[in-house]
Ligand binder design. Structure first.
Ligand code: PEP
Length: 249
C-alpha cells in the first residue's frame, strides 16, 4: 500500500486540449514511486479519453461525483458502472461544493458511498466544517455527524479514504494551521479506529494545499495525502506537491 495519496480535483476546469497538456506534463515526470500514488479527477467528459492516453499504472483516474442508482431515468447523471467502464478507479463523494451548491445531504452521500464501494470503486469521502462552525467550537461534532451518517452500513474499508477539507480553506488561499490539522486529523483517525477497529484508512487534507505548504502539511501525523484543487491544474505545481510527498517517504 502506498504511503501517500496525492489527488487532484480539477472541478469544472479544462477542455480536452488543456486536460491533455496537464497529463502530458505529469507523464514527462519520471520519478514515479510506489510509495506515493498520484490521482487525477478531471471532468466526466475527459475520463474515457484520458484513460486511453494516461499510463494508468502511474496515474490513477477518478471522477468528482457519481449517482447512487444503477441506471434509469436520472437525466444528466452518471453511474458507478459507467465510471468503471471508462477506466475510472476512484470517485470523490460529498465534496463541500456538492453539499452547498447542489444540496447534497449526508443521507444521499451515504447512498453513494455504500453503492460505489459495492461496485468496486475507491471512494474519497469529503468532510469539513464551515468557518462559523469552527469558530463556535462545533468542528468535531460536525465531522462526527458527517462520518456517522456518511459511513452508515459500510463494513469493508479497504477502498475507503477520507478527505478532511475545512470549507473555509478551499480555494481561499488560507490553510488550516498545523495545530488545527493535527487535532482534527487525530480526531478523525480516532473516530475511524473506534468505528472500524484497526485503522488503515487514509485521511487526506484538502484546502489551499500548494507547492509551498505541502511538505509541512504532509508531515503532520495522520495526514496521508492531499486533495488538491487549484494547484492540480498545472502539472508543475501538482508535481511539486507530489515531490514533497516523495521526499517524506
Ligand atoms: C478542493 O476543492 O478539494 C480543494 C482543496 O481546492 P483548493 O486546493 O483549490 O483549495
Amino acid at each position: 500500500m502506498s504511503k501517500y495519496l496525492i489527488a487532484g480535483n480539477w472541478k469544472m476546469n479544462t477542455n480536452l486540449d488543456e486536460a491533455k497538456i496537464i497529463t502530458d506534463g505529469l507523464h514527462s515526470f519520471i520519478n514515479y514511486d510506489s510509495e506515493v500514488e498520484m490521482l487525477i479527477c478531471p471532468p466526466y467528459t475527459h475520463l474515457g479519453f484520458l484513460s486511453e492516453i494516461v499510463d494508468l499504472s502511474r496515474i490513477s483516474l477518478g471522477a468528482q461525483n457519481v449517482h447512487y442508482e444503477e441506471s434509469g431515468a436520472f437525466t444528466g447523471e452518471i453511474s458507478n458502472d459507467m465510471l468503471l467502464s471508462v477506466g475510472c478507479e476512484y470517485v470523490i463523494i460529498g465534496h463541500s461544493e456538492r453539499r452547498t451548491l447542489f444540496c447534497e445531504t449526508d443521507v444521499n452521500i451515504n447512498k453513494k458511498v455504500v453503492n460505489s464501494l459495492k461496485a468496486g470503486l475507491r471512494v474519497i469521502l469529503c468532510i469539513g466544517e464551515t468557518l462559523e462552525e469552527r469558530e463556535s467550537g462545533l468542528t468535531n461534532s460536525v465531522l462526527k455527524e458527517q462520518l456517522n451518517i456518511g459511513l452508515a452500513g459500510v463494513v469493508d474499508t479497504i477502498n475507503l479514504k477520507i478527505a478532511y477539507e475545512p470549507i473555509w480553506a478551499i480555494g481561499t488561499g488560507r490553510t488550516a494551521s498545523t495545530d488545527q490539522i493535527t487535532e482534527t486529523h487525530g480526531f478523525i483517525a480516532e473516530f475511524l479506529k473506534n468505528r472500524f477497529g484497526a485503522n488503515t484508512i487514509k485521511i487526506l487534507y484538502g484546502g489551499s494545499m500548494n507547492s509551498d505548504n505541502a511538505k509541512e502539511i504532509l508531515s503532520i501525523l495522520n495526514v496521508n495525502g492531499g486533495l488538491i484543487g487549484g494547484a492540480s491544474l498545472k502539472s508543475e505545481s501538482f508535481l511539486a506537491i507530489y515531490n514533497s510527498a516523495l521526499e517524506l517517504c
